[in-house]
Design a protein around this ligand. Structure first.
Ligand code: PMP
Length: 395
């Protein structure tokens, strides 16, 4: 056995979970992605999707994707920098600029690549990146690739952020980066206060709205708009893989920043641009999100109903106030076993363990779509309550 194989042969955690019959990942769906999906030939209620708008199976978006494939083909075969820019990429960027209220937008191939390629590129050796300890992995990868100094602040703790800002050289660039809605625990960043501190210490702000867009603000514009500070946030990041029912991501900011990123951001330049189908799907989703506010209203009705239900039943759900509801278990094996039992009962939820959360914060992530019904949420509440009781997590 060579050294690499010898080393990897010691990594047996997945096999151990499989042997115990609780391995919870890569469970295949064989149907349309509605609130109800088919898995192993059985109907399952989907409470693990990130498509908060529920647009992922919308016939108008499917048609737009099919029409774009007919017109432009199945791929772009190149970087946006060279042969991979289509007129619909430019149209999408212009419409997103208008939507976010920013001067310019760049579309990347995924949201992960946005964070990787923006965070790593904007700050240099003597500059600073200040980041929330619960920021998404793609932000963390972005600053790992950066040569700048990195200062972590305690989760959503503005005193901790200020303490870190005080450590910085006042003459050097400072970039504060935070999720708007934290992806695993569903709590909301205090963007207003981040912006106030940024002004006080002459720092720039980048907010990842992956889970905010489609959920918060007028027309689903996100938390920055909801909190009335979008103009003061220098960079707004979004992804098409959640509320937009597609694939890809974007950064919305001013023209000086996009001019620099278009010519330096390696995850933008050295990868192929998003497919015609993904581009057209995102364009159509953007149109629908603004034209149909009732989707957002329904999402909030369901969210408040589920939050009340879980709280009343005695679940520990942290500080969430969003369609992302963490059900804390704090034990990996129980989290996997409950996930398996829920699937047997026809409820799909996501198990979340380290490194997505701290090892002591293991949880089941329950998430809502605007297209769920109250009856489906009630069925899930009843089944999850019964299953948590069976495993001794709930009294
Ligand atoms: N940021 C956050 C907060 C996310 O949750 C995710 C996806 N899980 C991303 C960025 C990456 O987005 P994408 O799926 O488009 O790569």
């Amino acid at each position: 056995m060579n050294l690499l194989q010898e080393k990897l042969s010691k990594y047996t955690a997945p096999q151990e979970a499989q042997a115990a019959g609780v391995y919870p990942y890569f469970r295949a769906i064989s149907s349309e992605q509605d609130p109800e999906v088919i898995m192993n030939g059985k109907k399952v209620l989907m409470f693990g999707s990130n498509c908060y708008t529920g647009l992922v199976n919308d016939p108008r978006i499917k048609e737009a994707a099919i029409a774009a494939t007919r017109k432009y083909g199945t791929g772009c075969a190149g970087s946006p920098f060279l042969n991979g820019t289509l007129d619909i990429h430019k149209e999408l960027e212009a419409k997103l600029a208008e939507y976010t209220g920013k001067e310019d937008v760049m579309v990347y191939s995924t949201g992960f690549e946005v964070n990787l390629g923006v965070v790593s590129t904007l700050t240099g050796r003597e500059d600073y990146i200040l980041w929330d300890e619960q920021d998404h992995a793609s932000i963390i990868e972005g600053h790992r690739l950066s040569f700048s100094q990195k200062l972590k602040y305690r989760h959503n703790d503005m005193e901790s952020l200020e303490k870190q800002l005080k450590k910085c050289d006042p003459d050097k660039v400072k970039l504060i980066v935070s999720d708007s809605v934290f992806s695993m625990e569903g709590d909301v960043a205090n963007v207003k206060e981040i912006v106030r501190l940024a002004k006080q210490y002459n720092a720039s702000v980048m907010i990842d709205e992956a889970h905010g867009i489609g959920v918060f603000g007028p027309g689903g514009r996100g938390v920055c708009h909801e909190q009335g500070v979008a103009d003061d946030v220098d960079l707004i990041m979004g992804t098409f893989s959640k509320s937009f029912a597609s694939l890809g991501g974007f950064i919305a900011t001013n023209k000086e920043i996009t001019n620099f990123l278009r010519h330096h951001s390696r995850s933008y330049i050295f990868t192929a641009s998003i497919t015609p189908a993904s581009t057209a799907a995102a364009l159509k989703a953007l149109e629908i999100m603004q034209a149909e506010p009732e989707r957002q209203e329904n999402l909030w009705k369901l969210t408040n109903h589920a939050l009340d239900g879980f709280r009343q039943a005695g679940f520990e759900i942290g500080n969430t106030s969003t369609p992302i509801i963490p059900l804390f278990i704090r034990d990996d094996f129980k989290t996997f076993a409950i996930t398996r039992d829920l699937l047997d009962e026809g409820i799909f939820v996501n198990p979340v363990v380290s490194p997505a959360v701290a090892p002591t914060d293991t949880l089941i992530r329950f998430s809502l779509m605007a297209t769920h019904s109250v009856e489906q949420v009630d069925r899930a509440l009843e089944t999850i309550t019964r299953t948590f009781k069976k495993h001794g997590v709930l009294k």
